[in-house]
Design a protein around this ligand. Structure first.
Ligand code: UDP
Length: 321
């Protein structure tokens, strides 16, 4: 079986490639390295089951030949990270909407199974927990660029479901909740790699806002396993499914936890959102997934304890020094 992983040089994508190759699958990756890194997949180069194509998913001809040749697609290529999306709003919207449209159109042309990665951002600014797949979605105005990420991934979800309903395309959608682990970069705003690197350097750990906002972090290994189970699951076709962890933690607690695990001398500092992201920024104050649907579909939920994930990620960053 040959799986095309779009965005396979990214953080989640490269772990997915490792997992698929370890299970004996053939893997093709298309990635333009806009936010991914060749180093993430360099160890797979030379494996006869692996091929890497450095190109954008907006190249329709290239995508046509790759999707024609594969058996299934996992579409992960997207603009990622709040900081990246705010700094590159136009290209982010284009990649997320046009790129997914191309992937879906071609998957439909060749009748290939496709899984589309979405995000917990899609839920918007809820305060209740846990978030269920059929919850209403609450966004701010379009002048607040952050919402363009949620809205663009939501358009991807609508398009995928429309292909399923009107063309019977074999498509599934998964919403990832703050995936973390080794290889994640802090360059695009992600909090865990940023805090770990700050702690390892004894630099100030920068909590944005008052630090009372919460997240539920999910181990990348659990995410990859969930994706692979979903690929095999007939009942997941035409469905939207959360993939998220179980331990809700506030960002200030996270800073304390990382500081103590690293045994760092860092000071924890609080930075106003405006200083961190500029004007017109809105954060999401709470984000906790319901894993009921995932569990009922595949009988698996991400459960790696937060400390275990943080320890392995700290180990990874120590090895990079
Ligand atoms: N955050 C922070 N300091 C940082 C980076 C992020 O306090 O250096 C906060 C951010 O404002 C948010 C949370 O950490 O409340 C998670 O941010 P991230 O960008 O990792 O993910 P997302 O906002 O998409 O959940």
């Amino acid at each position: 079986m040959n799986i095309l992983v779009t965005g396979g040089a990214g953080f989640i994508g490269s772990h997915l490639c490792d997992y698929l190759i370890s299970k004996g699958k053939y893997v093709s990756v298309i990635d333009d390295l806009s936010t991914g890194f060749f180093e993430n997949i360099v160890h797979l180069q030379g494996d006869s089951k692996f091929q890497y194509i450095n190109d954008t998913i907006l190249n329709k001809d290239r995508m046509d030949s790759l999707i024609r040749q594969c058996d299934a697609v996992v579409h992960l290529a997207a603009a990622v990270g709040v900081k990246y999306v705010i700094e590159n709003p136009l290209s982010s919207i284009e990649t997320n909407i046009c790129g997914t449209e191309i992937a879906l159109k071609l998957a439909n042309k060749y009748k290939k199974k496709i899984l589309i990665a979405s995000t917990s951002e899609v839920y918007g600014k809820h305060m209740h927990a846990p978030l269920k797949e059929d919850d209403n979605l609450i966004y701010g105005p379009p002048s607040t660029m952050r919402w363009s990420y949620a809205a663009s991934k939501l358009v991807d979800e609508f398009t995928a479901l429309a292909y399923h309903r009107t063309k019977k395309l074999n498509v599934g959608i998964f919403r990832c909740f703050n995936t973390i682990g080794p290889r994640q970069t802090g360059l695009y705003g992600m909090v865990v790699p940023r805090f770990i690197q700050q702690a390892l350097r004894d630099e100030p750990i920068t909590v944005f806002g008052d630090g009372r906002q919460t997240r539920t972090f999910t181990y990348v290994g659990d995410v990859v396993e969930s994706i692979c189970w979903l690929m095999e699951c007939e009942e997941a076709i035409g469905e939207v499914v959360n993939i998220g962890g179980t331990e809700e933690i506030s960002i200030s607690e996270l800073a304390e936890r990382i500081k103590s695990l690293v045994v760092s001398k860092s000071e924890i500092v609080y930075i106003p959102y405006e200083q961190a992201y500029g004007k017109d920024f809105e954060d999401m104050m709470r984000r906790v997934p319901s894993s009921e649907k995932l569990n009922s579909l595949i009988g698996f939920v991400p459960q790696t304890p937060l400390d275990t994930i943080l320890e392995s990620t700290i180990e990874y960053f120590r090895s990079m020094i």
